[in-house]
Design a protein around this ligand. Structure first.
Ligand code: ADP
Ligand code: ADP
Length: 221
């Protein structure tokens, strides 16, 4: 069953001579539980595409459906709630809050939603990602790989259907990066989540169920 579908999705920046078709008429379907890697040269439109899939960027034309919801039919406040409940974001920079500990970072978005916390589930995520001994730590006492594992735990904690990751290992050495990706793949599989990940790394693309190649804003393969 499709969980993400785009219809003639385009994003155009600028005007006239400065016009850039960052994403050009993309039609994609991604199945529930699938792990899709997006690869392509710098500037080919990968981030713009991912941001539109997550409702962070408005398309110039076309549609994004998550399940059967037309994402951009939602008003801004409804879209924000939908995003927080249904989509987990992971970025290259970990975006952890430096003044609070690991546990507090992981549960922070749940608090924003006033949603009942499933503590057993959170504990399970923490164990899966090997963070049990770090819960009291402040982010700046952790290595990059550990910080990214915290960011992954935070993204998984609200039980989203979809995890969108933009170069999640861009700041990690290759060994740490392989470990983080293996954990991310394992945990999204365990919880039945769909994972869409931008990467430069051919080895990472290899372990995805499917690789989408973007060139000049178009899906070429
Ligand atoms: P990638 O993620 O593959 O590196 P991006 O999606 O970041 O590519 O960018 C695609 C194209 O859109 C590039 O030519 C980039 O310069 C342009 N672009 C991205 N964001 C903006 C913006 N906010 N304003 C103008 N041009 C942009
Ligand atoms: P320890 O047994 O080492 O204290 P815990 O896993 O019980 O380890 O908790 C570690 C830290 O995580 C706590 O100090 C607290 O900051 C936070 N924490 C754990 N569970 C909760 C909870 N249910 N509510 C709020 N904070 C918690």
């Amino acid at each position: 069953k499709n969980i993400i579908r785009t219809e003639n999705l385009s994003k155009i920046y600028g005007k006239g001579d400065n016009l850039v078709k960052a994403v050009n008429n993309v039609n994609l379907s991604i199945m529930q539980g699938e792990f899709v890697a997006i690869i392509g040269k710098s500037g080919s439109g990968k981030s713009t595409l991912l941001h539109m899939l997550g409702g962070l960027d408005l398309p110039t034309e076309g549609k994004v459906y998550l399940r059967d919801q037309d994402l951009f039919q939602l008003k801004e406040d409804k879209l924000a709630v939908f995003r927080r409940r249904r989509i987990g974001f992971i970025f290259q920079s970990y975006n952890l809050v430096s003044s609070i500990n690991v546990w507090e970072n992981i549960v922070l978005p749940l608090g924003l939603d006033g949603k009942e916390m499933d503590e057993a589930f959170i504990r399970d995520i923490i164990a899966t990602l090997g963070l049990e001994s770090k819960l009291h730590n402040l982010p700046n006492t952790l290595s990059g790989g550990q910080q990214q594992r915290v960011a992954i735990a935070r993204a998984l904690a609200s039980k989203p259907d979809i995890i969108l990751a933009d170069e999640p290992t861009g700041n990690l050495d290759s060994k740490t990066s392989d470990e983080v990706i293996a954990l991310l793949k394992m945990s999204t599989q365990k919880y039945g989540q769909t994972l869409v990940m931008i990467t430069h790394d051919a080895d990472i693309a290899q372990i995805a169920d499917r690789t989408i190649i973007i060139e000049d804003g178009r899906v070429v393969e």
